[in-house]
Design a protein around this ligand. Structure first.
Ligand SMILES: NC(=O)c1ccc[n+]([C@@H]2O[C@H](COP(=O)([O-])OP(=O)(O)OC[C@H]3O[C@@H](n4cnc5c(N)ncnc54)[C@H](O)[C@@H]3O)[C@@H](O)[C@H]2O)c1
Length: 465
């Protein structure tokens, strides 16, 4: 099978003998050591570095956090940091000199950019989504892409708790009236949340976190999910969505955007909800049929709603949220006891910091150890650490086209050596093999690298020692 998008095999990044390892101060292994988690008689893991004669260069765009910059520089890597995104043409011009790139959502890594990135080893999306990267082309070029999909789960869960109380007490409406100079003290239709039932649809990272917080407020928690999950605390899983809807005082949605979840809360589901219940959506805009919700609120069947996400959202701050964007926008805006927020569920300083830490950690683990766990477009492979008392061990990281016979070819090359451990996996057209080889001399390192790079399915071969 030939590589269908015809990206030429990448030339190996290894050129000469083993380089002097840069000084490192903050790897996970060193932290473990510092924290004395490893007792003195446990074998110490060794910090690996690319076996190459050129220093790694990283390009960080869109004002990625200075903590990430510091952690990369502590590895001895050269970091170019820009506050803005670069255009496709600018990237095509620049990218050839870099081994890694860090972006947020504005920089587009297209197939043209990837084809100009002759040295690029890894892409870090310092955000939740990865739509801005041509993932398939990156994978076929041997470039794993990392992101941070769950760093903001807590932030969303906390926002939902605040929305439950705000809806139950109508205090955002009272605050709005006060701003207009109107004193309107009332208790009718205002509730404590203690003892009320919260129905969580989708019990994943956010839903389960929310379950714990809601119980701490004295709520009874039900959840519905397509898979059977261990309930946290005293929460209870319902067999059907209908059961959850008919029993809950508050229903909150935490499912992914999928064909099956499109308009999963529409007219019939709203009718199944208790009269006077509340609906909250911080998942994706397509999950609710909003005109049906408007009708249910107007009729008084639904007492209030909180929406953070919409089928179509403005591209930038300051843009209007009007009927041109979504035809029902002005009608929705006119409803009392409906909280509208501009997709801020995950937008906190803490979530930003955690995204920085997680993606910087993934890039560092890939560049130093070859680990691809968490990559979105790549087989997920890792090996236990080479230890400090294994000085002549070499780690082979071999990305290849997923086709029969590759392992036979590679193992033939490795047959004179002691293969201490080996693991390989595939995803679509791309496969990734990691192997740790014992007692390899510097001369053999080059020979090994050359022979494996010449195998017929090679996309990229890196050696770490
Ligand atoms: N508002 C924001 O700023 C914000 C921030 C982060 C995430 N989100 C969105 O929140 C949603 C949930 O995120 P998460 O991190 O908890 O995701 P997750 O993948 O951890 O959990 C999703 C859960 O939904 C379940 N599920 C899938 N299809 C279902 C169906 N048809 N019915 C019932 N359950 C179903 C899955 O089994 C899983 O347990 C996603 O849509 C995400 O995009 C929004």
């Amino acid at each position: 099978m030939t590589n269908p998008i015809a990206i030429p095999p990448r030339s190996p990044v290894v050129q000469a003998a083993v380089s002097v390892s840069p000084t490192t101060t903050s790897t996970i292994h060193e932290r473990l050591r510092r924290d004395s988690l490893l007792s003195s008689n446990v074998r110490q893991p060794k910090v690996l570095h690319p076996v190459e004669n050129e220093d790694l260069k990283l390009l960080l765009l869109e004002n990625i956090s200075q903590d990430a910059v510091k952690s990369f520089r502590a590895q001895g890597w050269q970091v170019d940091h820009h506050t803005k995104a670069l255009s496709e043409d600018e990237l095509v011009q620049k990218i050839g000199q870099y081994h890694a790139i860090g972006i947020r959502s504005k920089t587009k890594i297209t197939s043209r950019v990837i084809k100009s990135a002759s040295k690029l080893l890894v892409i870090g999306c310092f955000c939740i989504g990865t739509n801005q990267v041509d993932l398939e082309t990156a994978g076929k070029a041997g470039i794993p892409v990392f992101n941070s999909p769950f760093s903001n789960s807590r932030s969303v869960a906390e926002l939902v708790i605040s929305e439950i109380i705000a809806l139950a007490r109508q205090y955002f409406e009272r605050s709005f009236e006060m701003r207009q100079g109107l004193w309107n003290k009332q208790s009718k239709g205002c509730w404590e949340i203690r003892g009320k039932t919260l129905g969580i649809v989708g019990y994943g990272h956010i839903g389960s976190q929310l379950s714990v917080l809601a119980e701490a407020f004295g709520m009874r928690v039900l959840f519905y999910d397509i898979i059977n999950l261990m309930p946290l605390g005293s929460a209870r899983q319902t067999d059907t969505l209908s059961n959850l809807l008919s029993e809950s005082d508050f229903v909150t949605l935490h499912v992914p955007e999928l064909p099956e979840t499109k308009k999963m809360i529409s007219g019939p589901q709203l009718a199944q909800m208790k009269k006077g219940a509340y609906l909250i959506n911080n998942a994706r805009g397509s999950v609710i049929d909003i005109p049906a919700l408007i009708e249910a609120v107007k009729s008084g069947h639904i007492a209030g709603a909180a929406l953070d996400v919409y089928p179509v959202e403005p591209g930038s701050n300051g843009s209007p949220f009007d009927d041109q964007l979504n035809p029902w926008a002005s009608e929705l805006r006119s409803l009392k006891n409906v909280i509208l927020t501009p997709h801020i569920g995950g937008s906190t300083e803490e979530a930003q910091r955690m995204i920085g830490e997680e993606v910087a950690g993934s890039l560092t683990r890939y560049l130093n150890f070859g680990a691809t766990v968490g990559a979105v477009n790549f087989p997920e492979v890792d090996l236990r650490a080479i230890t400090a008392d294994e000085p002549d061990h070499v780690r082979i990281c071999h990305v290849h086209v997923n086709q029969p016979g590759v392992l036979r070819q590679v193992n033939e090359v490795l047959s004179p050596y002691n293969v201490e451990k080996q693991y390989s996996d595939s995803k679509g057209d791309v496969a990734y093999l990691m192997a740790d080889i014992a007692d390899v001399s510097p001369h053999d390192v080059n020979k090994l690298r050359e022979l494996i790079s010449k195998t017929s399915a090679n996309i990229l071969t890196r050696l770490l020692a």
